[in-house]
Design a protein around this ligand. Structure first.
Ligand SMILES: NC(=O)C1=CN([C@@H]2O[C@H](COP(=O)(O)OP(=O)(O)OC[C@H]3O[C@@H](n4cnc5c(N)ncnc54)[C@H](O)[C@@H]3O)[C@@H](O)[C@H]2O)C=CC1
Ligand SMILES: O=C(O)C(=O)COP(=O)(O)O
Length: 527
């Protein structure tokens, strides 16, 4: 088997390359590239490991014809066009905890640097000025710290700030009262926060809702003399307004680690009074970089080698332990979804996925994803488990999941039902010997068949002589039959025939099969 190929396109701890190699991937490290150069080479890679310097745009994704996974060695993924990657079936992962302590510590360092004006004092002291009388700091003890965003990093900042005897308040619409109590912080709205805080520290992702959250109006109406720290993302603050507010003294001081445009080599804030900055160093400690490099390499190689999914932003998780157990189920689920998608006609608006017996105890999300991947193939042949739920949503397909712990005739079963104009239609399958997927029911008729390769589906009246006639027809066209599976509603009633063939059946042979007496439907299927 050829090894999956991974590109590390940003500077990363060497442990990442080592882990990729140990886990069976080929790896290239190319950190110095333009977007055009990246677009030129990305087509050869199955995986891409990035930090914040690589921007994964639509153009890059269009050129990434083999790409299956993007792993962000860090937290923020605003440099990846996730909706477009999802549409292309590319999993996007991050490492949500590896650098959070480090980044929180940077925010605390910024608070202290602002309180005591350390950078300016350092520069002038080393210039030989001894400017003791020019620097009068403030204590942080007893001051109020307002956190905008109290997730992983915000809550670590809260605990460190409490250690410094600061009072912590937070604005975070998703923070529950219980969690706020647990963190010992007061939950407030944004205007209250800006009216009460002595220091504000931002810890939200950059989204449409948070962009420009510290707008000109909010900065101008905040508590006079407020101090602002941003170790989250550029774009959260109106930089031009911050400059004006620093000049007027409305904002006493500001410390930014991140900028609207990076690398920030020429920013309007440079030189503003009481302004300090670092070049996006929030995550830059040895510890954090080892953490995120190891994690991202483990996650990407797990996905490429075993199908395990961890910390994906556009796909349900599937642990490396679960992946082998779920693998045959995913094969079964995808085949059932594909079967029902190929057979049911008309406008299908609802699909229901039932798991019975042992299947009911499994992680259902990947199974649903696999059913949808099979089913959505009726609309697009570039569909996979990542993009199927998005395509289904786009088409307004209603998806429901049902679990039935009790065993029926089979100790494990997946049933997929679609609502058609003629009523519900379902197919069901099980695993033989825990790993061999088998179809066991098709539209109410019991059958036993493997779903693979080229197949022919025939609905006919259960009459003697029919099987001979269809066999003769296929033989006369030199089409070899691999397996032959029969099922019927009752003796003499409606019967189904499912054949696996060694080659694709030509349309004219299908037309001739349709002419055979008693035949109601003939359809070629592909798995
Ligand atoms: N400077 C640096 O090097 C680093 C920067 N970061 C940035 O820090 C951000 C936060 O990281 P984590 O705390 O790990 O993320 P997180 O997801 O744990 O926390 C983010 C918090 O923001 C809150 N939030 C979302 N929308 C909001 C809104 N409209 N208003 C207020 N709060 C809102 C969420 O409810 C959540 O609690 C990342 O998204 C990343 O952009 C992360 C690591 C390093
Ligand atoms: O993890 C994050 O969100 C960061 O911003 C860290 O960025 P970096 O990996 O240092 O380019």
């Amino acid at each position: 088997m050829t090894k999956p190929k991974v590109l590390i396109s940003d500077k990363m701890d060497p442990n990442a390359a080592r882990i990729f190699e140990e886990r069976g991937c080929e790896v290239d490290v190319i950190t110095d590239h333009t977007p055009e150069q990246l677009a030129e080479i990305i087509g050869q890679y199955d995986g891409l490991a990035i930090r914040s310097s690589t921007t994964v745009t639509k153009e890059i994704l269009d050129a990434a014809t083999n790409l299956k996974v993007i792993g962000r060695a860090g937290i923020g993924v605003d440099n990846v066009d996730i909706p477009y990657a999802s549409g292309k079936g590319v999993v996007v992962m991050n490492t949500p905890f590896g650098n959070s302590i480090t980044t929180a510590e940077h925010a605390i360092a910024m608070i202290m640097a602002l309180a005591r004006q350390i950078p300016a004092a350092n520069t002038r002291t080393q210039a030989g000025e001894w400017p003791k009388k020019d620097f009068m700091g403030i204590e942080v003890t007893g001051k109020t710290l307002g956190l905008i965003g109290a997730g992983n990093i915000g809550s670590i900042v809260a605990s460190r700030a409490q250690g410094l005897k600061m009072k912590v308040i937070a604005y975070d619409p998703f923070l529950t009262e219980e969690r706020a109590i647990e963190l010992g912080i007061e939950k407030v709205d944004l205007d209250t926060l800006l009216g009460r805080a002595d220091f504000v520290s931002l810890h939200t992702p950059l989204t449409d809702q948070t962009r420009n959250i510290l707008s000109r109006e909010r900065l101008e109406n905040a508590k006079p003399g407020i101090r602002i720290v941003n170790c989250a993302r550029g774009g959260l603050i109106d930089e031009a307004a911050l400059k004006d507010c620093l000049e007027s003294g409305q904002v006493a001081a500001a410390a930014l680690d991140v900028f609207e445009s990076e690398p920030a080599t020429d920013n309007p804030l440079f030189g503003a009074p009481n302004f300090i900055c670092t070049p996006h160093l929030g995550a830059s400690t040895t510890e954090a970089q080892v953490n995120v490099a190891l994690q991202v390499a483990e996650q990407i190689s797990d996905y490429l080698v075993n199908g395990g999914v961890t910390n994906a932003l556009n796909m349900p998780s599937l642990s490396a332990e679960e992946a082998p157990k779920l693998k045959p189920y995913m094969g079964l689920a995808e085949a059932l979804g594909s079967l029902v998608g190929q057979l049911a006609h008309g406008n299908l608006e609802k699909v229901s996925i039932e798991r019975e017996g042992a299947a009911a105890e499994l992680n259902g999300k990947p199974i649903t994803g696999a059913v949808l991947a099979g089913f959505m193939r009726r609309y697009s042949d570039t569909v996979n488990m990542v993009n199927a739920p998005y395509l289904a949503k786009e088409r307004g397909l209603e998806v429901s999941e049902v679990r039935q712990s009790r065993e029926g005739a089979f100790n494990t079963l997946i049933r997929v039902t679609v609502q058609t104009a003629e009523g519900p239609r379902s197919v069901a399958g099980t695993l033989f010997g825990n790993d061999a997927p088998r179809l066991v029911e098709i539209f109410g008729i019991g059958i036993e068949a493997e779903l693979s390769g080229h197949m022919l589906y025939v609905v006919n009246d259960d009459k003697p002589g029919f099987i001979g006639r269809i066999g003769t027809l296929l033989g006369s066209h030199d089409i070899n039959i691999g397996t032959f599976n029969l099922g019927r509603r009752e003796a003499g009633g409606e019967a189904v025939l499912l054949l696996s063939l060694d080659q694709k059946i030509p349309d004219d042979v299908i037309a001739q099969a349709t002419e055979i007496e008693g035949v109601k439907l003939v359809k070629a299927l592909e798995f």
